[in-house]
Design a protein around this ligand. Sequence first.
Ligand code: ADP
Ligand code: ZN
Length: 738
Amino acid sequence: MDRTGTQVQVKEFFEEGELVGVLTAQPLDRILDYKAPEGGCWRGAFVEVPLGPRKVLGVVWGEGKGDFDYAKVRSILRVLNVAPMREEMRSFLLKAGDYTLTPMSAMLRLATRAPGLGDAPSMRKVYRLGEGVPERLTEARARVIEVLRDYGGLSFTLGELAEMAGVGTSVVKGLVKMGAVREEDTPRDTPYMRLDPSYGGKTLTEDQAACAEVITQGMREGKYATTLLKGVTGSGKTEVYLEAVAECLRLGRQALVLLPEIALTSEFITRVEARFGAKPAEWHSGVTMTERRRCWKMVGQGEAQMVVGARSALFLPFRDLGLIVVDEEHDTSYKQEDGALYNARDMAVLRASLNDAQVVLASATPSLESWANADAGKYRRLDLVSRFGEAVMPKISAIDMRSEDVPSGRWISPSLQSGITRRIEKGEQSLVFLNRRGYAPVTICRACGHQIACDHCDARMVEHRFLKRLMCHQCGETKPMPEACPSCQVEGKLAPVGPGVERISEEVEALFPYARTVILSSDLFGSARALKERIEQIAAGEADIIIGTQIVAKGHNFPLLTLVGVIDADLGLQGSDLRAAERTFQLMRQVAGRAGRAAAQGEAVLQTYQPEHPVIRAILSGDEEDFWAAEAEQRRMAGVPPYGRMAGIVLSSPSVQEVFDLGSELAKRDGPLRQIGAQVYGPAPAPIARIRGRHRVRLLVKAAKGAPIQQALAAWVAQVRVPGSVRLSIDIDPQSFY
Ligand code: ADP
Ligand code: ZN
């Protein structure tokens, strides 16, 4: 609308030679003018344009500015053969960019993360029934022909066909030579198999059906809404939201399910296939480049009905997105911590609101943000209170470590030990949980007291005994364990201090030499596939004791697991993180929820030195609403998220002087922030004061909830000149404070 309130006509098509503004993914931060190519182009078209000596990808963003000599303006080279960017996608990128203070070029990079979008479609060979007759109809040949007849006109890849017929690929190739099977080239970017919403639905329980009804009702109304679906692990949240996906498919719209961890996708894909009769599209870092491109293109053409993916799937060019599910919505991995700083949960809500779509946030332990939004009536809240079938919630109790007799260098209390023994006798599984990778967090010299630290970071090196190396968890640098202390040169005095999951595994093996043990830690698996295999083995009962980090807390289903022992429940309570209490509460409840998913009663025990700590007490009592209400009250009093706004600013540079100088200058010139009533804290050394050789200084900005913090921040940092050697990053709603 213009100022007089009349609708302004946006120009949608540009004739050859007309000036258009093109947004590219290059870090230029301005939209460049080009001439529309022969045949003209639409607004939103993906194009290839010349930029200096290069050809780059861009999007026709609107009319050109015309502030440049027309004769010198270059022409768009060609319009790519992909669906143009839709209006709602453009406004999503603009709004998400404004919110996170990310330049539009970086937003476009997020939206075009598929290789070769401009390439001619690559081809692959497929096989279908031919006219010829095989010379000799062996049993194997007959099977191939039968499969092709059964599937009518369909064609398959060599591998698919051979597998379906149960023959070697040479049999198929033989048939091609005889003309009985035809070999053809088809484009690789083919549509996904249709999903059938009524293929394999389960009969929902009354509670589940009631929840599903509310969401599907919302789907049918075709309006935006967000639902927080809260339910204990195993209560059937997944069944409920798959029902919402089914309704979305029936309405002919597309559905997106976000998962926090790639390791969970294959288990989930299998489940989707059982529910809808075919596999959905997949989008995450474990997917091949060709498959990514196929996914991107088909999503844009509406030929992928459902996508299962990581947070970046939010930026796929959906043609008609009707539903976004964010599973395990509290998970911190939804916050992108490098590159563009966005929280996929919040961006999902934004995207859905622009698409008249529904959002389902599913969790057993929602984030305080979502809890507060539901509390304030912004989100709808649905609760599933009981587990499906006979499964009941585990009993949670504490082991007071102050009264346990644990020798030094040992961490498993006698109480936990006897609990595990009982489970082994009954043929059940136990999980020993410690959220710390590696063998020992600290390596100290017993001669001089020196602790081995990373050369590039302000962090200790963590011993990884399986890898036979020391590793820095900040920068990933590794080095061999030295013979002598790097400080005093004395040999043979270096000793591990404190436990990591590898060390606990050693202790478990010593205490239970006859038991089968398995260790699950993200760094011990080269691939998602290897991890998946290990998880399947455990689920099948091929282990008595599992020793794991938080990777086991995330959604895997181990039916034989009845005891969870937490080595150090106090671990997450140390430190000054705003969310320490919330995180510990969530993690402990998630881990405890692993126990007793089948018919057997589960039990979780927490080893703690402070059983009277309010967070530990809340975990034990299981009174979640009380815990959240108390936590919410504390945050409200302190004026911190979700009751106030925050932004974290990190300055980093090889020179410590430089970052402190710039930080102090920013702190002094706080006018634009004061105008909106915001305060600046700092500069102070960041909790990790040096990473990869760069010194880090933090400032923290706090403002009232409704304050226009983005504009103020932009005006604030625009006052100073940031030297090329300094990196300045602004994190709106920071999740972590490292
Ligand atoms: P959540 O997502 O809350 O952890 P799931 O949806 O994974 O729970 O359900 C837990 C288990 O119970 C799954 O194996 C699921 O298939 C099964 N289940 C849940 N609801 C039903 C139902 N109505 N009928 C049959 N099986 C169900
Ligand atoms: Zn390091």
